[in-house]
Design a protein around this ligand. Structure first.
Ligand code: CP3
Length: 350
């Protein structure tokens, strides 16, 4: 008698859901699913800097695989950071405990922009592609691997501001006072991101997510004319590879339609918009990802489970839903709460 094979796990439901297909159960992963809320991650960070974890493929692989085992999520996401290609373009990046990323030599002038490289990812970031290959091997087909990049506007804002920002005055001044310089900067970043994501796909990434984490700071008009077209260019090229593209604009409730119109397969939603309202606005042709408030993980278990069901119920069993938080999981959360979230999503009857 042949050995009875396990029923194929519902894992590849993630890729099917990204493509708007019907699935047996709603797939789930969590933004920042590998990170400081995990004791194992914190233990590794005692021995290595964050950049070491990003740049040593065996460590990046180990960290990427942690939540797949621990939470039973339906996708892995490459462990890295959106600022890795910024460094490869020639802008030094430092991760500080207190202030997050710091770019000590921000990009402000025509000379600064002229000096920026459009790097060959294989030459300047080989560790990323090596990590992608090692992770695929480690996953053994169990769940798909998501690659990612920051979107041009968010990367530009880091480069011009020199770090995080509250008002984005520096980048907005450049946009409005020196539009040609802004365009030259966006051109270089867009070319870099496009090559970088294509290299990840070539190495084995099975979906990609573009993070436009700070584009919510733009008015809808400026998002449409000054940020979205650059993301759209990247998405158009990536879609030729056949991998699904997820586009997440944090605080993007005011520009959902424009995010969809960049051509992404999946629109990421934060928690400031109700998923049923978002789906009505977006129409049937696009999938969505989200959108539980990350702080829901602080609720007592029963209430957390109820909140998870609320999101699923509001989606009204429409195909094309990938469950996620509305932003990254916070370091203060417990692994147990993340496990409850995944469990409740998986229990939900479609
Ligand atoms: O989702 C994942 O699990 C993959 C890993 C990942 C990280 N950063 C790890 C990380 C991803 C996809 C990112 C993307 C990223 N990085 C974004 C876009 C997503 C978002 O949150 O909107 C942004 C804006 C960054 C820039 C960045 N990196 C900031 C602002 C910080 C400091 C704040 C913080 O959370 O610590 C980082 C550092 C960072 N990136 C950490 C991790 C796990 C913490 C580093 C540490 O161990 O100290």
């Amino acid at each position: 008698m042949t050995k009875r094979t396990e029923a194929r796990p519902a894992t590849h439901d993630f890729l099917e859901a990204c493509r708007g297909k019907k699935v047996r159960r709603t797939p789930v992963w969590i933004m920042r699913q590998a990170g400081r809320y995990q004791p194992e991650y914190r233990a590794l960070r005692k021995k290595h800097t964050f950049m070491e974890l990003c740049k040593r493929p065996e460590l990046a692989t180990q960290v990427t695989l942690l939540p797949v085992e621990q939470l039973g999520v339906d996708a892995a996401i490459l462990f890295s950071d959106i600022l890795i290609p910024v460094e490869a373009m020639g802008v030094p990046v430092e991760f500080t405990e207190a202030k997050g990323p710091v770019l000590a030599k921000p990009v402000r002038t025509a000379r600064d922009v002229a000096r920026l490289a459009v790097p060959d990812p294989q030459e300047t970031m080989p560790f990323v592609m090596e990590a992608v290959r090692m992770i695929r091997q480690g996953l053994g087909g169990k769940v798909p691997l998501i690659g990612f990049s920051g979107a041009p506007w968010t990367l530009a804002s880091y480069m011009v501001e020199g770090g995080g920002s509250k008002s984005y005055v520096g980048i907005k001044q450049m946009m409005f006072q020196e539009p040609a310089l802004y365009r030259a900067l966006m051109q270089k970043i867009t070319a870099t991101v496009e090559k970088y994501l294509l290299a990840q796909v070539e190495a084995g990434a099975e979906a990609v997510q573009l993070f436009d984490s700070w584009a919510g700071a733009l008015s809808p008009r400026d998002y449409r004319t000054l940020a979205a077209p650059w993301s759209a260019r990247i998405i158009k090229r990536l879609k030729k590879t056949g991998v699904p593209v997820i586009h997440f604009v944090y605080d993007g409730g005011g520009v959902l339609e424009q995010v969809r119109d960049t051509g992404a397969d999946v629109v990421g939603l934060d928690w400031r918009v109700d998923i049923d309202v978002a789906r009505k606005r977006l129409g049937k042709k696009v999938a969505v990802q989200g959108n539980l408030d990350p702080c829901s993980l602080f609720l007592p278990e029963r209430e957390l489970r109820a909140r998870v069901r609320e999101v699923l119920t509001a989606n009204a069993k429409l195909p094309g839903h990938v469950f996620n938080l509305g932003h990254g999981i916070l370091p203060q959360c417990s692994v147990a709460a993340a496990q409850v979230l995944v469990d409740e999503v998986h229990k939900f009857k479609l």
